[in-house]
Write a new protein. Sequence first.
Lengths: 171, 171
Amino acid sequence: MRYGIAVFPSKKVQDVANSYRKRYDPHYALIPPHITMKEAFEADEQEIENKIIPELSEIAKNTQPFTYGVYKVSSFSPVTNTIYLKIEPSEEIFELNDKLHAGELPDEKDFAFVPHITIAQKLSDEEFSDVYGSLRMLKFDLNDKVDRFQLLYQLENGAWSVYETFRLGKG
Amino acid sequence: MRYGIAVFPSKKVQDVANSYRKRYDPHYALIPPHITMKEAFEADEQEIENKIIPELSEIAKNTQPFTYGVYKVSSFSPVTNTIYLKIEPSEEIFELNDKLHAGELPDEKDFAFVPHITIAQKLSDEEFSDVYGSLRMLKFDLNDKVDRFQLLYQLENGAWSVYETFRLGKG
């Protein structure tokens, strides 16, 4: 089965992200707005229960909740036409990302970690120019807290279902 | 904020449900297939953190995982045109439902609890006759386990985001 790890922002931030995703993100219906902390990986239920969940519990226990800010929109262009709410980089989120790619956990990392909340993707080049041209002007003043992350699995239709919640700083 | 409590079936059962929901359920994109254990209720974050989550943890700790079967399709007609995968009633699921409407928890219950996974809703009467006429002939032989329930909150677009996972039989 395909699993992934994400942080879901507060309702406030999710609502802002959805106001753009609705129009510009074909994954709008597959998962709520999120910060991908670990890209999709294959595992069987045995591994998940016996190896991965204990490891994730340990990581959660040893990580304190932290805050982040969202002030602007950015893009992965020219690599992809994805547009996202930029998570103002904090040491804590990079540390958490590192922990989620160490030890017993699958450690493939194709790209450097850029913490973000996708709001537009799979746009044509022309759409991208239009949409990014206007979205890049936006200014936000959002502050939010990361106090948990979630292990999800993917259904056949591409949607993600939450399997387990890990609270930071809790045993 | 609006909260609710649901059990998400295994991927196997969710995939079966989605194969029908895709065509017949306008809520397809708002939440994965689920068994509603507690209808939407209003609460503020304070109440959720200080009162409701401790209560839910206690309930989860004192409830053992249990199994259920899905063998056929049924409907709430003539009350509504909702069509669902019928959860073969087990004492355990009714007990869990009772616990989730007792103590500190909001206890409004408009209807008797009928455990189910919705696969079609908001059909016109004509669509309903057609669709139910064919779906009611289906036979399933699905067996699944309930070993957790989830507390969710609703976003402005109507979608639900998981806030916390409660594992049955765990402290």
